[in-house]
Design a binder for this molecule. Sequence first.
Ligand code: MN
Length: 352
Amino acid sequence: MTEAIQVAPAPYKRIATEEAFCPPEMLDRYRRLIEAKTVPEIGFNSMWGFYLDADSPRCRFIRDHLGDLGEARLAHMDQAGIDMAVLALTSPGVQVMPAGEGTSFAAQANDWLADAVARHPNRFAGLAACAPQDAVAAAKEIERGVNRLGLKGVIINSHVQQQYMDDTKFWPVFEAAEALDVPIYLHPATPTNRLIEPMLERGLDGAIFGFSVETGLHALRLIVAGVFDRFPELQVVLGHVGESLPFTLYRLDYMHAASVASGRYTAMGPLKRKVSDYMKENFLYTNSGVAWEPAIRFLQETIGVDRVMYAMDYPYQYKPEEVTALDGMKIGAVAKKAFFEDNARRVFKLAG
Ligand code: MN
């Protein structure tokens, strides 16, 4: 990973919008949680149990760089031509911790992040972590993160101790984000225990597949539960080209209408808009981990040029040559600048 190319300048700034960090204390905490076997999450114990100690170059690179919000990260951003990184606490963040500890750890992580942004205000912006397992406290921390620390949105790492946020007990988080006019980045976590077993059997639980199933399911549950009828201005960001959901917009609309009409599910009632309407009006998309022109162009065509943003997913996927490949996409100059810069500035309210 050290012999990466130097990416050439472009006629736009490049803003990467799904970039991970982790205070070293959080990795220590994960280690103790895993050793004590206190977290009943198969995916967390499997994934972090591996990443904390594995000796592969990729695992070492990730461990060595998650905790750096200084010179090494900036050097990698320079090499890859990234002008600005929107940083978020890495998955699963504090969502595996007991509620009280998660709440206080989220505040510490947000302070740590805000300090880094203050040191490098032209290079870093950040999303506020919170512990939705205490949703009222989470809403307060989101408000503090945005209003006092200047953070630009909220990071949620999918399920909350096996529960999905379509449960109304979590809705204070949505209420806070909507009221503050900041987006929620719904980022993957390892799938819930109910989902993960057949994936683990074949090594498909992680970023290769399971993350998208878990997170796409979570996003669909929010839509079908009517979260966006209750919070019509709420904006949710999905990475990984929308966790593949946009590719089945037609079927989602058709089968949602058919299912509602059939009356089969008490949990699936009529909505004010079509599923695809929510996906076009309440969701934003990044290409994190998917440096692939056909998928990005498909999203621009079906969702809209103003809702698709660039992300690298550093340090999990540090490939400067991907930036060069995306610079070369066969799309117009306005659409390309929207992808790399303008949409992120608007969505996260970044100074120009
Ligand atoms: Mn990520």
